[in-house]
Design a protein. Structure first.
Length: 174
């Protein structure tokens, strides 16, 4: 939980410096950014990228930029920044979230190397299918029969796999 708490604090520090908006989940050089994932931006606030690796992660993800990641961010709060470069990027403001104590911000990564996340209903292999659901990228069994989540209000909680798939409660809060 400590890693997620530190990541959550970094998200708020980022928002404080960026007009009260959440960071993007990842971003593309097509928009003039240095390509990378959320940890590339948030490391400036955590002081160390080790916080983005969980000691309990059974399938640590080595991303295409050469960094290990154990976590993913909700696309509802942290949209991807890889839209066609002609499309406007969409940042989410802190004030747009109606139920921040229920809105998942950051969660354990379920990248598909083990059957704990991406290989769940609504996905196909490592890529989202037409039936994609937001919780499909989440490693829902990292700590026994629980996983830890940080929320838009900054708190961290452990939830069961059956609980977190409630899309109306945890993944659509505006």
């Amino acid at each position: 939980m400590s890693n997620l708490k530190q990541i959550g604090l970094a998200v708020f520090m980022y928002a404080d410096d960026h007009s009260e908006t959440y960071n993007l989940a990842y971003h593309s050089s097509a928009y003039g950014f240095t390509s990378g994932y959320f940890h590339n931006v948030l490391t400036a606030y955590t002081g160390d990228d080790a916080v983005f690796v969980c000691a309990s992660d059974p399938d640590l993800w080595l991303n295409r930029y050469g960094s290990d990641l154990s976590y993913v961010q909700s696309y509802k709060l942290h949209p991807p920044g890889t839209l066609p470069s002609s499309a406007p990027l969409r940042w989410v403001s802190l004030g747009a979230v109606k139920r921040p104590s229920e809105a998942v911000c950051t969660a354990a990564n379920g990248d598909g190397a083990s059957p704990n996340g991406q290989l769940t209903p609504g996905t196909h292999g490592r890529l989202a299918s037409p039936g994609y659901v937001d919780w499909a990228r989440v490693g829902r069994f990292r700590h026994g029969n629980l996983a830890n989540y940080s929320f838009a209000d900054g708190h961290v909680s452990s939830l069961s796999p059956g609980t977190i798939i409630d899309e109306a409660k945890y993944w659509a809060n505006w």
